[in-house]
Design a binder for this molecule. Structure first.
Ligand SMILES: Nc1nc2c(c(=O)[nH]1)N[C@H]1C(S)=C(S)[C@@H](COP(=O)(O)OP(=O)(O)OC[C@H]3O[C@@H](n4cnc5c(=O)[nH]c(N)nc54)[C@H](O)[C@@H]3O)O[C@H]1N2
Ligand SMILES: Nc1nc2c(c(=O)[nH]1)N[C@H]1C(S)=C(S)[C@@H](COP(=O)(O)OP(=O)(O)OC[C@H]3O[C@@H](n4cnc5c(=O)[nH]c(N)nc54)[C@H](O)[C@@H]3O)O[C@H]1N2
Ligand code: SF4
Ligand SMILES: [Mo]
Length: 840
């Protein structure tokens, strides 16, 4: 493991490398970010293999990683900032022009309407979260409040439930579980946990273990399962609540666990006891005996885990089903042991405010800071005010000052910074609801389906500008045409991307980013336990000329804006010149004195710390703050991971390891006893009663589980993960070894009835739009169910420059209105549709 890894020398920078080297990096095509090693042939990623040193993936990759050159060197790369002219064409402009014009326009929107009318979207994809941190700093500089990303069209319902139950994110120990349950999740194709395929194969091969899959489709994972509960699309609420009812009826509960670890259980059990199992099993189309046997197997396991994903998160009753899913493992006591579910540490959050202090930012040194200092060192309170101004301007030479600095670093700074949290990946705290429609904001994220409603209105509080980074919302959010209309109606829209995407094609400015193999990068999808890992990848290539790393783009715009006090930046720059201790004390006391500065932290760190990092690694400056906050928040676990010392030492050592261990770092080592410490409740118990969702559960008896009509007799799942899909990260269709047409899957029975064959072209029609697709008759499908892959239908060009589009852009067919009532998440998996043969 990484704690034993020898320290490697710092990167010599990509240009110094020879083609014989294997360069350590990571795959960027899904959130597993498997460690890879790359061999170069000029600028081509000529050979790619799994990296055995990677602490999570241990050498594993799927077939997609081997095709990453299509991302790095595809025809899609843009190399000059672009400005849209009045006639809709783009002209190339210089970076200086782009940054100064954009800054001026941002300031104008802010002056006219307020900084909170500038809406931010994205800030990271499957492989790149570092740049987005600097986007948060731009938001803070502008006073922007509203933000969202793709999580708000999939995970926010689950996050809301997590918040109510225990206040953290849970994941399962699939590798060691006796029984695993996949709910609307096909990990064979979509992965989402390390080494997914070997793990699935091992479970399938072991007669002592079992796999339960709830999916309307006989997916690759369902084929491996011991129990496939082949629900009718959209009826999981009935299926999972019936399973819970079986647990109650047959008394399969873990009473000792529930007594020791939960509150509010009685009303939940009472509601479950009234569920008519036979009727609900019939509603969801699963034979009652199969449903009961699978439930008994789950309850009998020594250890069990569940994984819910898009099959329920983008389908009717999604927030309710998230709750029911969690009740499955809670009622059977499957938490906090090997092979069960766990909560975990974070290096930086991908969403949420991370618990930054609430209330008005104070001027100067806040009461909170004084209190912490007073509590931790009596002398500190009186000496600090005198100390701070000198710290930044002169080296700490006088012995008493040095001693005090050390005392503060050992005691006050960790205490205080431990309360801050959330730096790096956390979002700036907006309101609790959106300004125009009052939609619920979860984890700081505006529901994706509400975005166009917050723009396409004459409401005075509507969004007036949109900043989009590493995301393709015109393609990925419901109803693409509506999103285009919304973007066109804005006073300003800016896109940062490596490609001229569907979204970039309607923006006012497009800024070309360096690729994820041309800059220091990382993700904050760090969700493992008891060993949690993080990888900062150095670049393997120099930036394509004309492109820039996001941190450079954001800090460039922030400088142009002139909104951040230069004296503050100057103080930090000089403090860093006086050494790490001085810098740490100055930085954390400045932030403690004015907590709103926390959101600017990535910018401040970039300016002050960036010049002291290895060449080109300024992008990573924000991780200094994340490493410290992680060390302050999880002292024992960080120590066990090998980062020891007092005060700021563990954080410094962790940051150093992050910069130098390019295969990845284990940043926390927990024991299973620690897992309860991650329950964010004073009593460390789960709060299992969520009244709003119990009320929704009660309504299942009256709600019809079918949205199809005579006009739209099929249920279309728009966005299945297949062997060669990866959202819209690779745009050249040539990367696919198979599945290149993005075929529409249909059951043999339906195909026979409509006289369709493999390869027949059909028109798929929904209430929102229509598209032409190629049929694939598949015994994965049940009657009445259709499935299209995700990430297809991209507008690109062939070798000769002629425009091409392969497959269906799924969101030309989806609607913003069909969505969850709690979280606003779209029902992409459940779109009423009909098909007609194309007559040509
Ligand atoms: N190959 C590949 N892997 C990926 C990605 C990719 O683009 N390509 N994307 C990554 C991302 S961003 C994500 S979020 C994950 C998503 O990972 P998954 O959620 O596993 O992916 P999907 O294939 O979209 O949906 C999973 C299953 O939901 C089923 N389903 C459809 N309707 C219903 C329903 O009503 N009920 C139930 N129970 N199931 C239903 C589908 O048949 C499908 O098998 O994948 C990640 N991994
Ligand atoms: N109908 C339907 N819609 C869906 C889904 C579905 O199943 N069905 N799935 C949904 C899900 S789960 C997700 S996660 C979303 C994903 O949708 P989005 O969040 O929009 O993300 P991606 O498609 O992954 O797009 C990533 C973008 O980042 C760009 N990019 C790549 N590298 C870099 C870089 O280094 N810097 C910058 N600035 N940009 C870069 C790529 O060119 C691409 O435009 O789609 C969602 N949309
Ligand atoms: S696509 Fe996902 S599972 Fe496959 S190699 Fe890349 S990160 Fe790993
Ligand atoms: Mo996703």
């Amino acid at each position: 493991m990484s704690t034993e890894q020898a320290r490697r020398p710092e990167s010599a920078g990509p240009s110094a490398r020879t083609d014989d080297d294997w360069h350590k990096s990571a795959c960027i095509l899904c959130e597993c970010n498997c460690g890879i090693e790359i061999k170069l042939d000029g600028r081509k990623l000529s050979r790619i293999r799994g990296d055995k040193d990677h602490p999570a993936s241990g050498g594993y990759t799927c077939e997609k990683a081997l095709r990453l050159d299509f991302y790095q060197n595809g025809r899609h790369r843009i190399t000059t900032p672009l400005r849209r002219a009045a006639d809709g064409t783009y002209e190339e402009i210089s970076w200086d022009t782009a940054l100064s014009e954009i800054a001026a326009k941002l300031l104008a929107v802010r002056a006219r309407h307020g900084g909170d009318k500038i809406f931010f979207y994205g800030g990271g994809g499957q492989g790149n979260h570092l740049g987005g941190a600097y986007g948060k700093a731009l938001m803070a500089a502008l006073g922007a409040k509203y933000y969202s990303n793709a999580l708000a069209q999939e995970k926010t319902g689950e996050m809301w439930v997590d918040g109510k139950l225990y206040g953290g994110h849970t994941k399962g120990d699939f590798e060691h579980a006796e029984v695993v349950l996949f709910l609307g999740k096909n990990p064979w194709q979509s992965h989402s946990f390390p080494r997914a395929r070997p793990t699935l194969k091992a479970i399938a091969a072991d007669p002592e273990r079992a796999m339960i899959v709830i999916d309307p489709r006989r997916s690759e994972t369902a084929r491996l399962a011991d129990f496939h509960l082949q629900v009718r699309p959209g009826t999981d609420a009935w299926c999972v609540s019936a399973m819970l009812a079986v647990l109650v009826e047959e008394d399969l509960l873990d009473h000792a666990f529930l007594r020791a670890h939960t509150t509010g259980l009685a009303p939940v059990l009472a509601a479950l006891a009234t569920i008519p199992v036979t009727e609900f099993a019939a509603h969801c189309g699963v034979p009652e005996e199969l449903l009961r046997t699978a439930t008994r197997r789950f309850a009998a396991a020594r250890s069990a885990t569940t994984y819910e994903d898009l099959g329920i998160q983008q389908a009717p009753h999604s927030t309710l089903v998230s709750y029911l899913n969690k009740l499955l493992w809670i009622l059977t006591g499957n938490f906090g042991r090997p092979g069960t579910m766990y909560l975990h540490s974070t290096l930086a959050a991908v969403a949420g405010t991370g618990g930054a202090p609430k209330g008005k930012p104070a001027k100067g040194i806040s009461k909170q800071w004084r209190k912490v200092v007073a509590e931790t060192t009596a002398r500190g309170a009186t000496a600090l005010s005198a100390l701070l101004p000198t710290l930044a301007t002169a080296p700490v030479t006088a012995a008493p000052t040095r001693r005090l600095t050390r005392t503060l670093l050992r005691t006050a700074v960790p205490a205080l910074a431990g309360n801050l949290g959330g730096m790096g990946g956390g979002s700036a705290a907006g309101g609790k609801t959106t300004p125009v429609t009052g939609a619920r904001i979860i984890a700081g994220l505006v529901p994706c389906n509400s975005i166009t409603e917050e723009i396409l209105t004459d409401h005075p509080d509507r969004f007036r500008a949109m900043w989009i980074d590493s995301s393709n919302p015109v393609h990925s959010l419901a109803d693409s045409e509506r999103m285009r209309t919304a973007m066109r109606s804005l006073e300003l829209s800016v896109v940062i991307d490596v490609a001229l995407t569907e979204t970039a094609r309607v923006a006012d400015y497009v800024l070309p980013a360096s690729s994820q193999f041309e800059k220091w990068e990382s993700t904050f999808f760090n969700v493992e336990f008891p060993h949690n890992t993080f990888q900062l990848r150095p670049p393997v290539l120099d930036p394509l000329p004309g492109t820039r790393a996001e941190s450079d783009i954001y800090t460039g715009v922030i400088r142009e804006l002139g909104l951040v006090d230069p004296a503050l930046v100057d103080r930090l720059v000089r403090a860093r010149e006086n050494g790490t201790d001085t810098f740490a004390l100055t930085f954390f006391s400045a932030v403690a004195g004015n907590p709103s500065l926390l959101n600017l932290a990535p910018y401040l760190l970039h300016e002050a710390l960036g010049p002291h990092l290895p060449a080109g690694a300024a992008n990573a400056a924000t991780l200094w703050g994340a490493a410290h906050l992680c060390a302050f928040a999880n002292p024992a676990a960080v120590r066990r991971a090998g980062f020891t010392g007092t005060g700021i030492e563990p954080g410094e050592r962790l940051f150093d390891a992050i910069l130098t261990r390019h295969a990845g770092v284990t940043f926390t080592v927990d024991t299973w006893d620690d897992v309860w410490a991650y329950v964010k409740r004073r009593d460390r118990r789960f709060t299992v009663h969520i009244p709003e969702l119990i009320a929704e559960l009660d309504q299942l008896r009256v709600t019809p589980p079918d949205f199809t009509t005579d006009e739209y007799p099929f249920t279309l799942s728009a966005g299945e993960r297949r062997a060669f899909t990866a959202n819209t990260i690779i745009r050249d269709p040539g990367w696919r070894r198979r599945g290149g047409d993005g075929e529409l899957r249909i059951s043999p029975a339906d195909a026979a009835e409509l006289a369709l064959r493999d390869g027949t072209r059909v028109t798929v029609i929904t209430e929102t739009g229509r598209a032409t697709a190629v049929v694939e008759i598949s015994d994965m499908m049940q009657q009445g169910h259709l499935s299209l892959p995700n990430g297809m239908g991209l507008d690109t060009t062939d070798g000769s420059g002629a425009p091409i589009r392969t497959g269906v852009a799924a969101n030309e067919l989806t609607s913003v209105e069909r969505r969850d009532r709690f979280a606003g998440t779209p029902w992409h998996k459940n779109v009423p549709a009909r098909i007609e043969p194309v007559r040509d």
